[in-house]
Each structure stands twice: as structure tokens, then as C-alpha cells.
Design a protein around this ligand. Structure first.
Ligand code: ACO
Ligand code: KIV
Length: 562
């Protein structure tokens, strides 16, 4: 890289528009969406789409609700011509969809283009020529007037040719290619010249598409350019102002949004941002950005995974895992504080309330995506993540202090492996750590009796095995756990107790969690699961006792009470 890039690259000159209005506007309705996937997207592919793929893509666009679809560059190849002609002849184009065909402003190409769509119910011929100084000088070797003349002749020819096909509702689209790097007065001059030839009306407007063919400035400058054009063009009422942002600086979405605030009526782009070089603006992101502001975009992405799959197949390009709204990882949190906030957000989110789940700008369910991948656990995760997975996948609602205790075990495994730990691995670890902590004590059976008349309410006769030897123990207490602890004859203080059902109906089971202090040691948890709630609590006590013994070693034999 150069020490002083100013010797090679010049700063983009700002637009002199001191009373610009767009910064204080908000977008309250969607623009007209135009998909150029089958043209700009297609021309950028390593392998252009086959007719069959183009057809599938077209049908997907129609299904989503796109009403203006650029279907190709029919004069470029027989494949494109046949596809377009086939679409028209097969009657597959819904009445409310307008197809658009692009051509250079050259006579023979225009004739072939009109031929490709003649007879369609609605069709738009889209002509372009590049107008920026560098193109005028390097590509065409022409002065401004000559460049205007190319476009005027092309428009005149289109007007003449379409008159021979009155059965079609024709529109003209004109793109001064490389608009964003062109002098504004020249863009105005050429567009005004064309609209004076075409004579658009409010009912049959002309589409003026103002592309950032190569994105070269910050989005605010593009917005200024669009506002300037909207204010200064002749016949504004009979024009649809369209934008076509490319993404060379990575700000196409912002450029499109600011351009709409600046007065653009229409946006051209591709699904997931395919297109030349860094791509066209991504229509999915634009549409869903609007949706998250409470404005329906008029496009349906309620099965976004299906749309993504089709686009990936047709383009033979993957959608990035971090792509807004659609990427595999965009609704996934690995890090502890994010997981904690999301878990709390889900717990508090009411079905019919405003969406307020931290870190999730949209409800994945609105896009047909599940919550499965929202939380994934690795070494960056905290207790919230693993607790969420145990709850979602296994119905275990761990009390907070147990979450803290168990998360240390999860963390150890994550640190050691350096990898993600799936929900089933976390459950297996929980089983190993708590549910299968069955040595030296293991629950075998119990009976309970009411002791009415005594100070204590419950008597428990329990069989436990200790080092595989069965022991019959008896205890009385205020409740089953109290009686059981007394039967064990150990120095145990019950610090905390939680229980909940797992599942419902005949198959429901009880999960029990106890926090004990054994032999005045540090407190620790035990957990038990059983179809009988009392059994679950006894198992939880033994789980904690066994874990204590495993950590400090075993003391004297259990004695029998009562
Ligand atoms: C920004 C964009 O995405 S614009 C769309 C770009 N897409 C494509 O080009 C894909 C389809 N295009 C093609 O397949 C071919 O370009 C074709 C078949 C249409 C034409 O091919 P060719 O006749 O070989 O011409 P080519 O595209 O190389 O253009 C070169 C000539 O056209 C002129 N030209 C280029 N663009 C235009 C235009 N928009 N209007 C008028 N003339 C143009 C050039 O100045 C050059 O003229 P010259 O030969 O007198 O120097
Ligand atoms: C033809 C025009 C609209 C174009 O694709 C561009 O300028 O990027």
C-alpha cells in the first residue's frame, strides 16, 4: 500500500445541497422492488443460469411478491432470448408482474430486445449508456452531446418499435450508467432529453434508474445526488425515480435506504446481494430492515430458508453464515452475556406484545426459522446458554445456583476441547455429574407412612444400597426429605430445594434439585429424576451426598434411625 494514497486516489467531492431534506425523513412505506437477479445477478455468475434455473428463480420471485422483474439481456445470448421469449409465450407471467429487458443503446440490440418481449401483457425496455466523464473519454471517445444523442436515438427507436405492438403495455426504463460518478447537471440534461422524446405521463411513467454502478462515495453523498435529481428533473410527476446501488464500499444497503429517504420510488437489487463484483444491493436485507421498523415490505420472506436454498442452488454461490436475517449464524449467540440476555428476553416475551428480546432484532419465527440455533455453547458461553439448552431440549429447569455450579463443569469441557458443546453433550455431562452420581449410595425402594399423633408428620422406610450392599433404613421427619435425611444418619443440612414436572400426562416425570451441606463442608447440589416426586427427591439427596463423598472421601458407615 502507498504511504500517501492521495497521490493515487482522490476524495469524492460532496454535493452542494445545503438545504437537503432527506436526513430528517423516515421511510413509512416500501419502495417498488425490482429484482435484477436474472440479469445483473446472472451476468455476474461464474456459470450463468440455465433456462430451467432462470425459470425456477423467476417463479420464486413471483411467489415472494416481486412485481417488477428484470428477466435478462435478450440480445446478449440465445439462452437469454429463448428464456424471455419462452416466458412470454408460455403465459407464466402473472398479470400484475412487469418484466424488464436490458439492452445497450444500440439499434440492432434494441430491435432484438423488443422482439423478445413483443406480445407480453406488460413489458419494459431498459436502455442504458454510460455517462460518466471517464467512460465518455475512455470507452466512447465522445463529447457530452454525442453521448446524449446515443440515448435519444435509442429512445426514439424504442418508441417507434413498440408502436407496432399495441397489445403490450410498454414502459421505458433509462439508466445513465455510472450516474453516481457523473456531473449532476449532465445526468439531468440527458434524462430531460429522453423524457421529452418519450413523453411519459403520470399513468404511464418513465423509469429513470440512477445507478451507483461502482459505489464510490459515502451513502449520504448518494442520497444528496438522488434528492438533487428529484428536485431538478423535468416532468418529475411522470417519472419513477429508481436506484440501483452496488456494494463496492459495503454500504449499498445504507445507500438505498438513504436514497429512498431522498425521494427514490423504486429500488433495483438482488436477493442476498448477488451481482457484479461485491454485488447489487440486497433486497432481502432492505425488505426485512423495513419489517423490523413495523413497515410491511410487501415481500414475503416467511420461509426464508427455502428462498435461500433456491438462490444458492441457482447462483451456485453460498449465502454467508453471517448474512443479515438469512445466514446460519445470525440468530445464534455463543457468548455468555448475550445468552443470558436472550434467555431472559424469551422468558419475558409475551406472544402478542412488541418484540423485545435483547440481541435479536427480529423474531426468527417470522422468517420461518426455529429457535434451535439461537443459543449454542462453547468456551465463550456462560451458565445461561447451557441452562437454556437443557430447558429447551430436555425440559430441565435448573435453579440459578445449580446453573452456576454446573456451568463450571461445562466450561471445563469446552476449554479442554476448544469446540462447541451440543445440547446432547451437555445433557450427558449433567447425567454423569448428577443423575448417575450413584456411588456409594444408590436408592432402591421406599415406603412412607403417616405418623398422626406424633410430633413428626412422616415416617420413611427406605432401602438404599451402599457399595452394592442393601441397607434398610428408617427415619421420621416433618416431611419426606426430612425423614429420609434422618434415615441416612449423616450430618446433612438441606439448604435449598426445587422441583418441577418434565412433560405432562401419564409420561410426566419429576425433576428434583437439592442443595445440601454435608459434614459442614461446602454446599453442593444433587439432582434426581423419577416418575414419583418423592423418589426423585430422595435420589437428589443421594446424588448430592455421593458428590460430596467423591470430593472429600468417605467417612463412617450410615446408621439406622428409629
Ligand atoms: C453496468 C452493467 O451491468 S451494464 C450491462 C452489462 N451486461 C452485459 O454486457 C452482458 C451482456 N452483454 C453482451 O453479451 C455483449 O456486450 C453484447 C452481446 C450485448 C454486445 O457485444 P459486442 O457487440 O461484442 O459489444 P461490447 O459489449 O463489447 O460493446 C462494445 C461496443 O459497444 C459500445 N457500447 C457499450 N455499451 C454501450 C451502451 N450501453 N450503449 C451503446 N453502446 C455501447 C462500446 O462503446 C463499444 O463500441 P465500439 O465497438 O465502437 O468501441
Ligand atoms: C445497467 C445499469 C442499471 C447497471 O447495471 C449498473 O449501472 O450497474
Amino acid at each position: 500500500m502507498l504511504n500517501n494514497p492521495a497521490t493515487k486516489y482522490r476524495a469524492f467531492a460532496p454535493v452542494q445541497l445545503t438545504d437537503r431534506q432527506w436526513p430528517s425523513r423516515t421511510i413509512t412505506r416500501p419502495p417498488i422492488w425490482m429484482s435484477t437477479d436474472l440479469r445483473d445477478g446472472n451476468q455476474a455468475l461464474i456459470e450463468p443460469m440455465s433456462v430451467e434455473k432462470k425459470l425456477r428463480f423467476f417463479e420464486q420471485l413471483v411467489k415472494i411478491g416481486v412485481k417488477e422483474i428484470e428477466v435478462g439481456f435478450p440480445s446478449a445470448s440465445q439462452t437469454d432470448f429463448d428464456f424471455v421469449r419462452g416466458l412470454v409465450d408460455s403465459g407464466r407471467i402473472p398479470d400484475d408482474v412487469m418484466i424488464i429487458v436490458l439492452t445497450q443503446a444500440r439499434d440492432e440490440l434494441i430491435r432484438r430486445t423488443v422482439e423478445s418481449v413483443a406480445g407480453a401483457k406488460r413489458a419494459c425496455v431498459h436502455i442504458y449508456n454510460s455517462v460518466a466523464p471517464v467512460f465518455r473519454r475512455v470507452v466512447f471517445g465522445m463529447e457530452r452531446d454525442e453521448i446524449v444523442q446515443i440515448a435519444v436515438s435509442a429512445t426514439t427507436l424504442v418508441k417507434e418499435l413498440v408502436q407496432a405492438h399495441p397489445e403490450t403495455d410498454w414502459r421505458l426504463e433509462y439508466s445513465p450508467e455510472s450516474f453516481s460518478t457523473t456531473e449532476l447537471d449532465f445526468s439531468k440534461q440527458i434524462v430531460d432529453a429522453l423524457s421529452s422524446v418519450w413523453q411519459p405521463t403520470r399513468d404511464k411513467p418513465m423509469i429513470v434508474n440512477l445507478p451507483s454502478t461502482v459505489e464510490a462515495s459515502t451513502p449520504n453523498v448518494y442520497a444528496d445526488q438522488i434528492e438533487w435529481m428529484c428536485r431538478n428533473l423535468e416532468r418529475r410527476d411522470a417519472l419513477v425515480i429508481s436506484v440501483h446501488p452496488h456494494n463496492d464500499r459495503g454500504t449499498a444497503v445504507a445507500a438505498a435506504e438513504l436514497a429512498v429517504m431522498a425521494g427514490a420510488d423504486r429500488v433495483e437489487g438482488c436477493l442476498f446481494g448477488n451481482g457484479e463484483r461485491t454485488g447489487n444491493v440486497d433486497l432481502v436485507t432492505l425488505a426485512l430492515n423495513l419489517y423490523t421498523q413495523g413497515v410491511h415490505p410487501g415481500l414475503d420472506f416467511s420461509d426464508i430458508d427455502a428462498v435461500r436454498q433456491l438462490v444458492e442452488e441457482c447462483n451456485q454461490l453460498p449465502v454467508h453464515p453471517r448474512h443479515p436475517y438469512a445466514g446460519d449464524l445470525v440468530f445464534t449467540a455463543f457468548s455468555g452475556s448475550h445468552q443470558d440476555a436472550i434467555k431472559k428476553g424469551f422468558a419475558q416475551q409475551q406472544a402478542d406484545a412488541m418484540w423485545e428480546v435483547p440481541y435479536l432484532p427480529i423474531d426468527p419465527a417470522d422468517l420461518g426459522r426455529s429457535y434451535d440455533a439461537v443459543i449454542r455453547v462453547n468456551s465463550q458461553s456462560g451458565k445461561g446458554g447451557m441452562a437454556y439448552l437443557l430447558e429447551q431440549e430436555y425440559g430441565l429447569v435448573l435453579p440459578r445456583r445449580l446453573q452456576i455450579e454446573f456451568s463450571r463443569a461445562v466450561q471445563k469441557v469446552a476449554d479442554a476441547s476448544g469446540r462447541e458443546i451440543a445440547a446432547n453433550d451437555i445433557y450427558a455431562l449433567f447425567e454423569r455429574e448428577y443423575l448417575e452420581a450413584s456411588a456409594p449410595y444408590r436408592y432402591v425402594a421406599h415406603q412412607m407412612a403417616d405418623t398422626s399423633g406424633s410430633n413428626h408428620a412422616v415416617r420413611v422406610d427406605v432401602t438404599v444400597s451402599r457399595h452394592q450392599a442393601a441397607q434398610a433404613l428408617h427415619g421420621i421427619g416433618n416431611g419426606p426429605i426430612d425423614a429420609f435425611v434422618s434415615a441416612l444418619g449423616l450430618d446433612i443440612r438441606l439448604m435449598d430445594y426445587h422441583e418441577h414436572a418434565i412433560g405432562s400426562g401419564a409420561n410426566a416425570r419429576a425433576a428434583c434439585y437439592v442443595e445440601l451441606r454435608v459434614d459442614n463442608g461446602p454446599t453442593l447440589f444433587g439432582a434426581g429424576i423419577d416418575s414419583n416426586i418423592v423418589t426423585a427427591s430422595f435420589k437428589a439427596v443421594l446424588s448430592a451426598v455421593n458428590r460430596h463423598i467423591a470430593s472429600v472421601g468417605e467417612a463412617g458407615p450410615a446408621s439406622s434411625a428409629a
